[in-house]
Design a protein around this ligand. Structure first.
Ligand code: CO8
Length: 260
């Protein structure tokens, strides 16, 4: 499948989707969101893909937000539909079977910060800048930002970012837990690939269920979440990978996981 606003590559079981509208700092318009949705389906249905990296084209931006020129003339009805489209794409990323890494190589503002937050892990280059500047435009975050930001960094810091529209540095983003690691720009993608490969070597079903347990548990009370974790833990014991992983440990050899 070829895309107009995305670059899609796959190597050694790692897929890389590069959002590619550099003239608009990779802003998310409807066409790009629809293409991203198709690309995600392609990844989900490809069992040879063990991890996905999302990044932005050019050296300036990951994604500078939803496309302001497209939004400027929207009616409330159209705006709701656009927000629902963006939210659906973010949720698709969050629930993707494979692990996802955002390699944030510059501005991650508005919808760009929301896209990064939908990924499992965020790595940033030293020049990355994060923010939810929607209040400067007379709107609120609409692709999940009011919800995912508070779950990641707590309600107090989330409200400060959502109410001031301030941009923060990669260093500050790491300090508040919005990004996991910060690297020099040239190291960002190699580090993201290294991390993706490391995760890809582990038991695939266990990776998928770890992700599911964290994602679903966060919206449950602790008793339900623990019972859910126990159910998913039990499911692992119906896999070949559990037998292989534990046998390999006891036999003092490397495990060969097949994702079954
Ligand atoms: N949408 C459309 N075009 C954009 C966007 C954007 N979000 N961001 C940048 N561009 C365009 C600029 O218009 C400019 O185009 P042109 O060259 O044709 O004039 C080009 O990209 C380069 O941008 P700048 O010249 O502004 O570059 P600077 O280096 O001077 O500034 C900034 C970079 C600081 C990133 C600046 O471009 C900026 O502030 N961009 C907007 C950031 C922003 O406000 N993002 C939030 C958008 S709102 C949002 O994401 C809400 C999501 C939920 C939607 C809910 C649905 C209704």
């Amino acid at each position: 499948m070829s895309f107009e606003h995305l670059l899609f590559t796959k190597e050694d079981g790692i897929a890389v989707i590069t959002l590619n509208r550099p003239k608009a700092l990779n802003a998310l318009n409807k066409a790009l969101l629809l293409e991203l949705s198709s690309a995600l389906e392609q990844v989900e249905n490809d069992s040879s893909v063990h991890a996905l990296i999302l990044t932005g084209a050019g050296d300036k931006a990951f994604v500078a937000g939803a496309d302001i020129s497209e939004m400027r003339v929207m009616t409330p009805h159209e705006a709701r539909a656009f927000a629902r489209l963006g939210q659906a794409v973010m949720t698709k990323i969050e629930r993707l079977a494979q692990p996802t890494i955002a390699a944030v190589n510059g501005y991650a503002l508005g919808g760009g910060c929301e896209l990064a937050m939908a990924c499992d892990i965020r790595l940033a280059s030293v020049n990355a800048k994060f923010g939810q500047p929607e209040v400067n435009l007379g709107v609120i975050a609409g692709f999940g930002g009011t919800q995912r930001l508070q779950r990641l960094v707590g309600a107090g810091i989330a409200k400060e970012l959502l109410m001031t529209g301030d941009m923060i540095s990669a260093e500050r983003a790491a300090a508040i837990g919005l990004v996991n690691h910060v690297y020099e720009a040239a190291e960002l993608l190699p580090k993201a690939k290294e991390l993706a490969k490391k995760i890809a070597q582990k038991a695939p079903v266990a990776i998928k269920l770890s992700k599911q347990s964290v994602n679903e548990g966060v919206n449950m009370d602790i008793d339900r979440a623990l019972s859910h974790e126990a159910e998913l833990f039990a499911l692992c014991f119906a896999t070949e990978d559990q037998k292989e992983g534990m046998s390999a440990f006891l036999e003092k050899r490397s495990a060969r996981f097949e994702g079954k």
